[in-house]
Design a protein around this ligand. Structure first.
Ligand SMILES: Cc1cc2nc3c(=O)[nH]c(=O)nc-3n(C[C@H](O)[C@H](O)[C@H](O)COP(=O)(O)OP(=O)(O)OC[C@H]3O[C@@H](n4cnc5c(N)ncnc54)[C@H](O)[C@@H]3O)c2cc1C
Length: 364
């Protein structure tokens, strides 16, 4: 006998989504519900399936570009809270509900002296989204510490647990973002941290900042402070007084290309005078003998500068990689600017930049 699916009691209709995202663009959700428990998520998903409506899971809305038409299905806003700490012989296992604010969790870890996530300070959003794109910054990413991800498998209709290997993490990538997009709702994440461990200082920016403060042997707390300072200068922390505050952080990923291709790009830039003799193009070794380029460098060399505007969308005045809503921008304006950036870089260097955020009802 078919099981009757009941309408969630607190279901709302025509809920504006722009204010639930950091970029501040996008139309309304046809339906919207908050889910604070596994049962709440499961009930919402069953109702959407029975109604033939698509589902969108929403965390802090800091990596989403939603179309001006909005979303025709059910938006489920993840609010599962709770933090557990389990000490093991040489580590601490920190498990947090998907709806826990990420930076508060990092602050807690740092205040306890647990190493492993200190470079990920100041990143907006909620815990549940961190495995999605393997959130990372300053040479650290969550795949280094995640041991388990608790999920609701919407294909099988059951909760499950995936270990790190099963998540198939890559650079700003995982199975959740790619091949299994839409299959799993992330309910909670476990991170394995090192009590008293040394901070991870792998980026010159960070090293320079700490050295300038006279800090020779930084603690995790020093590292968190330095990361937040450096991020603030680039408008990469949410600050209500910052005119560049409405963004999704970096809009494009740093392209990873075959090393021969990187050499060709550098030689071409040198030949046309955009790279002075003696200067080097920023390039970093990546997996499989490939080379990671700086998307910001490519954008600037393609002739697009900080502060460049197209309607109400613009390039942040503090960070070439961030597209900002300068106030009242539409999603169409944001996408038009992103296309222009992508095309100018492609015409100039033959490299196609890939976007970092998730697009809803839109394509780049
Ligand atoms: C100023 C700024 C700086 C940033 N800096 C960085 C940075 O340094 N490094 C970095 O990696 N990112 C950065 N970001 C991007 C963003 O903050 C992260 O990707 C963050 O993890 C997104 O979390 P969220 O909760 O806001 O996710 P949302 O934007 O709400 O969702 C992002 C995607 O994940 C899905 N999703 C969210 N929660 C769940 C869940 N529980 N289950 C299933 N699917 C889910 C959504 O459907 C969507 O597809 C930055 C963004 C901003 C605005």
């Amino acid at each position: 006998m078919p099981v009757a699916v009941t309408r969630p009691s607190d279901l709302a209709e025509s809920v504006p989504l722009a204010g639930l995202t950091t970029l501040g663009v996008g139309g309304p959700a046809r339906y919207y519900v908050r889910a604070a428990s596994v049962e709440g998520v499961a009930a919402a998903a069953s109702w959407a399936r029975a109604e033939g409506r698509p589902l969108l899971f929403l965390g802090g809305g800091s990596n989403l570009v939603i179309s001006d038409e909005g979303f025709p299905g059910l938006v489920v806003h993840l609010q599962i809270r709770g933090i557990q700490v389990v000490p093991t012989e040489d580590a601490v296992e920190l498990t947090a509900g998907a709806g826990e604010p990420w930076d508060s969790l990092v602050e807690r870890a740092v205040s306890e002296g647990w190493a492993g996530v200190e470079c990920l300070s100041g990143i907006p959003g909620l815990v549940g989204a961190t495995p999605m794109q393997n959130v990372g910054a300053y040479g650290q990413d969550v795949s280094e510490t995640i041991t388990r991800v608790g999920v609701l498998d919407l294909h099988r209709g059951e909760p499950d647990e995936l270990d790190r290997q099963a998540c198939r993490f890559g650079y700003r990538d995982s199975r959740f973002k790619r091949e299994d997009r839409g299959r799993y709702v992330i309910l909670g994440v476990t991170y394995r941290l090192r009590p008293g461990g040394p901070p991870s200082i792998r980026y010159a920016d960070l090293e320079r900042h700490l050295a300038a403060q006279g800090i020779g042997a930084p603690t995790v707390a020093d590292t968190r402070r330095a990361v937040i300072d450096v991020r603030r200068r680039k408008s990469m922390v949410i600050d209500p007084d910052d005119p560049n505050r409405r963004s999704v952080g970096s809009f494009f990923m740093n392209p990873v290309v075959p090393t021969g291709e990187a050499e060709r790009i550098e030689a071409a830039a040198r030949a046309d005078g955009s790279l002075a003799t003696g200067d080097k193009m920023p390039a970093f070794p990546a997996a499989d003998g490939r080379t990671k380029l700086s998307a910001a460098w490519l954008i600037e060399r393609a002739g697009l500068r900080r502060g460049y505007r197209r309607g109400q969308a613009g390039i942040s005045t503090n960070h070439t990689l961030a597209i900002v809503n300068c106030g009242g921008a539409t999603a169409q304006e944001v996408v038009a600017l992103a296309r222009e950036i992508r095309e100018r870089v492609r015409d100039r260097f033959g490299v196609t930049l890939l976007p970092e955020p998730v697009f809803v009802g839109l394509e780049l």
